[in-house]
Every structure is written in C-alpha cells, then in structure tokens.
Design a protein. Structure first.
Length: 123
C-alpha cells in the first residue's frame, strides 16, 4: 500500500513537526521563566511553574495513543475483510474513521473526572 517513496517524506514531515514543537516548547518555557524572574519571582518558583507536575506520569498521553493505535489496527483488520483492494481510497477512509473513533473514545474518557486517590497509600 505504501512504499518507501511515500513513507520517507511522511516520516520526515512528522519528525520535523516533532522537532519544531519541542523547540517551541523550550523557547516558550524559557521566556515564561525569564518574565517571572523579571517580575520578582524566585528562580525556584519560575522553575516550578513551567515544570511538568510530578503526579502526572504521562498516562493520559499513553492512553490516547494506545486507543488510537488500537483503533487503527482494528481498522486495518477490517480492511482485510472488505471486498475492496487496499490501494483504493476507501481503505484510507476506513483507517481514518477508526482513528477518529479512537480519539473520540479518548475524549469521552478524558472528560470524566478522575476518581479520588489516597495520597498516603499505595496506588
């Protein structure tokens, strides 16, 4: 379905996008810290404001990509059973519909409030 001539430019564009987002985040956090320090905040407070919370283990991102990857995989399985060839546009449409369903599932899950956890006990 996809050859090297198609995947290499896609991978390059995605890699470039991730690098741009990372550089933008570093610059933005640096500017925020500098403005906080210029406004009279201590460097420790400025670092704490721009830091990732220690309670966040990145589980929401993992859940999101797990749901999307699973949905796309399910879409690829469904395509194998459809009476269409894999290079027809309907195959890509099925994959995109399943990816959207995975993101919508994540959205519905993320909107629900998290159950309270005990701070002192084992989680």
């Amino acid at each position: 379905m996809f050859g090297a001539a198609t995947l290499v430019p896609i991978a390059f564009i995605l890699g470039l996008a991730f690098v741009l987002v990372g550089v933008t985040k570093v610059i933005s956090d640096g500017r925020t810290r500098r403005r906080l320090i210029e406004a009279g905040a201590t460097p420790e407070l400025a670092r704490a404001v721009t830091a990732v919370p220690k309670d966040d283990l990145g589980l929401s991102g993992t859940l999101r990509w797990g749901l999307v990857t699973g949905a796309v995989g399910l879409g690829l399985i469904v395509i194998q059973f459809l009476p269409f060839r894999s290079d027809e546009p309907i195959a890509l449409g099925v994959i995109l519909v399943f990816a959207a369903a995975g993101l919508l599932t994540y959205y519905a899950r993320a909107r629900r409030p998290a159950p309270p956890t005990e701070r002192g006990g084992a989680a």
